[in-house]
Design a protein around this ligand. Structure first.
Ligand SMILES: *Cc1c(COP(=O)(O)O)cnc(C)c1O
Length: 388
């Protein structure tokens, strides 16, 4: 089976990790700050805080922005569970803003009308978390304008979008948000095994996240609440976590980051192949909006003839039986048993997300997918579409 995505580890990656294994530090050594600096340079953010997953980064981002019980956080329903769970981990309520069916990203018009009515009820969210689905940046300028208007903070879930650009600038530069989060899980753009990064231009937010990733402990003398008892002294000033990235992970990340441009280039090439090879079929790729370049983390197509999940299941079975490992990104979060419990009325408020879930599948896409494999995927899709 050709998988929908997979990592690539080369000899240089292995050397980098082995070198760290033989060094003095397995964690909290020189590689973590070097990796943070490299990501900062790459995405043009003032600060980057490395952690053990994007889930941890999202949690720290919410905490740094002061999300707590009684607060509301909004995100997209078409995302991985972590985009919403981070708010629940802080005790906040979650709600979902419907997507634009053409791109799979949060709909700006839906967001505008939801904000207007929430404002009238006095129930504005504290934070909104737009998700750059498949690596295509959301309409951040418009979302930022709305956020400014209503006094809402923004976290970009850019787990898919390392290497993407918006208005000619790298996603992660913080022009339109407070914090941007990246993932280094093996299926994402580059990997550290597990890992994540929170990028921001605000030094207070960076400091708060750095503290909370390591138990809430402070070591700088000028920030101590009390006088130091001696050279061994440190202070725990808040309830934090152990969300640290290891030096082994950072060494791998540094090595992988050197190939990011190659990865993105090959992914874009493969995406373009799909687009042209499937153009004459009744298959709709997600629409790419102008003024931005996707990292092409996923290649999602919609099968508009699919009228039910039953029919979708048949299509997916058929593709799997032909060795094409398609996946679905994602099951709408409000359908998850956990979120059904939080959500009292399952209405038609998310019609875009419902249609997307029925129609969308992710095709195999990763830099090492070869042309023969891709042609096989295209061939199977041609047969599938011609049996309509
Ligand atoms: C993968 C992913 C995450 C979580 O990343 P981890 O590093 O696995 O914690 C969050 N949001 C989105 C959209 C993702 O795809």
């Amino acid at each position: 089976m050709i998988p929908y995505g997979r990592q690539h580890i080369d000899d240089k990656d292995i050397e980098a990790v082995v070198e760290t294994l033989q060094s003095d530090f397995l964690t909290q050594g020189p590689c973590v700050p070097a990796f943070e600096q490299a990501i900062s340079d790459r995405v043009n953010s003032r600060h980057a805080i490395a952690v053990n997953s994007a889930t941890s980064a999202l949690h720290l981002a919410c905490l740094a922005l002061g999300v707590g019980s009684g607060d509301r956080v909004w995100t997209s329903p078409i995302t991985f569970v972590a985009s919403a769970n981070c708010a629940r981990m802080c005790g906040a309520e979650v709600d979902f803003v419907d997507i634009d069916l053409e791109t799979g990203n949060m709909s700006v018009s839906e967001l505008a009308s939801r904000l207007e009515s929430a404002n009238a009820r006095g129930e504005l969210p504290k934070v909104i978390i737009p998700v750059h689905l498949c690596g295509q940046p959301c309409d951040m300028r418009e979302i930022h304008e709305l956020a400014q208007q209503y006094g809402v903070r923004l976290i970009e879930d850019a787990a898919h979008a390392l290497g993407a650009t918006y208005q000619g600038e790298p996603v992660g530069n913080g022009r339109y948000s407070d914090i941007t989060v990246f993932s280094f899980h093996p299926v994402k753009m580059i990997t550290t095994g597990e890992g994540g990064m929170a990028c921001t231009n605000h030094s207070e937010l960076a400091q708060r996240m750095a503290e909370l990733r390591s138990h809430g402990i402070v070591r700088e003398p000028e920030r101590m609440a009390f006088q130091a008892d001696g050279p061994w002294y440190y202070e725990q000033q808040a309830l934090g976590f152990n969300y640290r990235m290891t030096d082994l992970q950072a060494a791998l990340g540094l090595s992988q980051l050197k190939r990011l441009d190659d990865f993105v280039e090959r992914r874009r090439e493969l995406a373009e192949n799909y687009r042209t090879a499937l153009a004459d079929l009744a298959i709709q790729p997600l629409v790419q909006r102008e003024n931005r370049e996707s990292s092409c983390h996923l290649y999602v197509i919609r099968l508009p003839w699919v009228a039910s999940l039953e029919e979708k299941r048949r299509c997916v079975h058929l593709l799997h039986s032909e060795g094409v490992g398609v996946q679905v990104h994602y099951i709408p979060l409000y359908r998850q048993p956990y979120y059904r419990e939080c959500e009292s009325k399952m209405s038609l408020r998310w019609m875009g997300a419902e249609a997307y879930y029925r129609e969308a599948i992710s095709l195999p896409l990763y830099p090492w997918l070869n042309n023969t494999e891709q042609e096989h995927v295209v061939d199977v899709l041609h047969r599938l579409a011609s049996h309509l």
